[in-house]
Design a protein around this ligand. Structure first.
Ligand SMILES: Cc1cc2nc3c(=O)[nH]c(=O)nc-3n(C[C@H](O)[C@H](O)[C@H](O)COP(=O)(O)O)c2cc1C
Length: 177
């Protein structure tokens, strides 16, 4: 099983990206091939319907999405929505990349929770024929702290993330079979 995690922040020390790496580590512990595609490290050009871009980062992201059995979309909560860089990356891809694949939405918010971005991500997933994971992950406020091992510092947050990852892996297995 191969899962790609699209880390949708344009900030170097983003907590949504730290969470993405923790999710990848949890997936790897379950024997899953997992990769974080960090949109800060690999920026994608602005989508334009007028041109087909051959940008190297874009082609790499498309290839990774095509090969994935399951997809995780991680975003900072910005103005009650997802980040611009994640939305832009998603505008480049459609049915071919998502159809029949389970998708987990993940957010990090300054407030207690960031579910507006998660709801909007799930709308996009439905529109590209992905299968929304009924569980999702939102970390907010104090829950955004990570220890030196890259684990959520708060034990309850850590347990909640791990439970959701277990659920998501089962969903990916079910959908792919
Ligand atoms: C432009 C902008 C808009 C934001 N809007 C919200 C918001 O609507 N709700 C919220 O809870 N936090 C909001 N925040 C705070 C971020 O969600 C918070 O800093 C979060 O940790 C960002 O994720 P990151 O650590 O992955 O960068 C906003 C931050 C910025 C920079």
């Amino acid at each position: 099983m191969n899962i790609i995690i699209l880390a949708g922040s344009n900030r170097k020390a983003a907590t949504s990206t730290l969470l993405s790496h923790y999710i990848a580590s949890q997936l790897k512990e379950k024997g899953v091939t997992a990769r974080v595609f960090d949109l800060y490290e690999k920026p994608i050009p602005f989508y334009s319907p007028d041109t087909e871009s051959s940008d190297a980062n874009l082609l790499e992201m498309k290839e990774a999405l095509l090969r994935a059995d399951g997809i995780v979309l991680a975003t900072p909560e910005y103005h009650g929505s997802m980040s611009g860089v994640l939305k832009n990356a998603l505008d480049h891809v459609g049915f071919d990349y998502f159809d029949g694949k389970a998708v987990l939405s993940v957010s990090s918010a300054g407030g207690a929770v960031g579910v507006s971005s998660l709801q909007q991500l799930q709308t996009i997933v439905r529109n590209v024929h992905g299968i929304n994971c009924p569980e999702w992950i939102s970390i907010g406020g104090e829950q955004r702290a990570f220890n030196d091992n890259g684990e959520p510092a708060d034990a309850k947050t850590k347990a909640r993330v791990e439970k959701t990852i277990t659920y998501f892996v089962k969903l990916v297995q079910t959908v792919r079979h």
